[in-house]
Design a binder for this molecule. Sequence first.
Ligand SMILES: Cc1cc2nc3c(=O)[nH]c(=O)nc-3n(C[C@H](O)[C@H](O)[C@H](O)COP(=O)(O)OP(=O)(O)OC[C@H]3O[C@@H](n4cnc5c(N)ncnc54)[C@H](O)[C@@H]3O)c2cc1C
Length: 381
Amino acid sequence: MPVATRRTEDVAAIRSQIRAFLENAPRPSGLRDYGPTPTAADVAPGRVWHKYLAEHGYVCLHWPAEYGGADASVAFQAIFAEECARAGVPRQLAITAIDLAGPVLIKFGTDEQKSRYLERIRVGDDIWTQLFSEPGAGSDLASVRTKAEKTATGWRISGQKVWSSAANSADYGLLLARTDADRHRGLSMFVIPMASPGVSVRPLTQMDGESKFNEVFLDGVEVGDDALIGEVGQGWAIAIMTLGRERLTLGSQAVAMFRLHERMVEAAREHDLLDPVLARSMTKLWTRMWLLRYTWQRAIDAGDTSSAAFSVLKLMTSETDRDLGDMATEVLGTDACADPADNELVHHMLVGRAQTILGGTSEIQRNILGERVLGLPKEPR
Ligand SMILES: Cc1cc2nc3c(=O)[nH]c(=O)nc-3n(C[C@H](O)[C@H](O)[C@H](O)COP(=O)(O)OP(=O)(O)OC[C@H]3O[C@@H](n4cnc5c(N)ncnc54)[C@H](O)[C@@H]3O)c2cc1C
């Protein structure tokens, strides 16, 4: 393959090591590639799978070795994500603990917080949820209104969060809350045990019929002083640090996209819809997938997640994936109305929509690229 010819021998060796490991790994019954977030039904097989990966050193790849991580290179992490996608298995039980909570605790947590939470995350004992977004604070995250008020022994927290992935299965929440009126310096970061009195979780059902996201209501939740991560007022700086980790593994989605594209060509043939106009649209999409693949390769070669190639990756991945989902309507004919549980293409048509919203919308990504990568004038605020 052309991409392979640009890789160093080391990368090829990493790939075959990982591929062999995944081929031989025993798969628990019920395991499917559920992506970064498990549904409640995915938790049991996902946990068994995670524990197997942990025993063999394949979780927390980016964590420092002193916390049980693998100190792995960007290339290793990216190839692991890609090979998991190729093998049709998840990379972990749930991503928030490993990609968000872990790095935050490693950088800002006290020794006590590190020893209480990190090992349990590593071995897949605990699931975490990200409690950042609110009904009035998504793109404009600094508008968070959930309040944390100081008490004699800790903090009392009240407010509402939304889109909280895996909150219905989570043991802990990484919570961004307001401790002061100042827009940015008035935000602080907390750990919330999800079993605390006053926490209620209401699952949201998506249009594909699955339930991965939740509303979380916090009604006078009492936590101790040891729930604060970092300093009071450091929440914004911590939140900013957490955004961006996901970019690293985004390119791995291209593997699944190529597989879906192939299925779409088959479907178009089956439904006798593959005329020159559709063929041209499908070829354009296929070309975009290769561009994405090469951009990802460039980002991996740069070895630095702050590179411009990584910044553009989120936008390219989500828009290509969304358009691939839209293509399903063109190739399926009346099968486009099938139950998403029975038809992978219909399922993708429905979930592909979320790609340009989650982890920062396409509009926000364009603002970031314009301002921080191209140095264009800032949008008026
Ligand atoms: C599948 C999924 C999973 C998620 N998981 C989590 C999670 O686990 N935890 C969590 O905290 N959050 C999560 N989110 C929330 C996600 O971060 C927000 O949905 C996202 O940041 C957008 O915020 P919003 O939905 O409030 O939309 P809004 O910010 O209200 O945006 C509405 C529209 O306005 C546009 N817009 C807003 N501001 C600007 C601007 N300055 N310039 C141009 N256009 C603009 C947006 O692009 C969008 O089109 C998840 C979302 C999805 C879809």
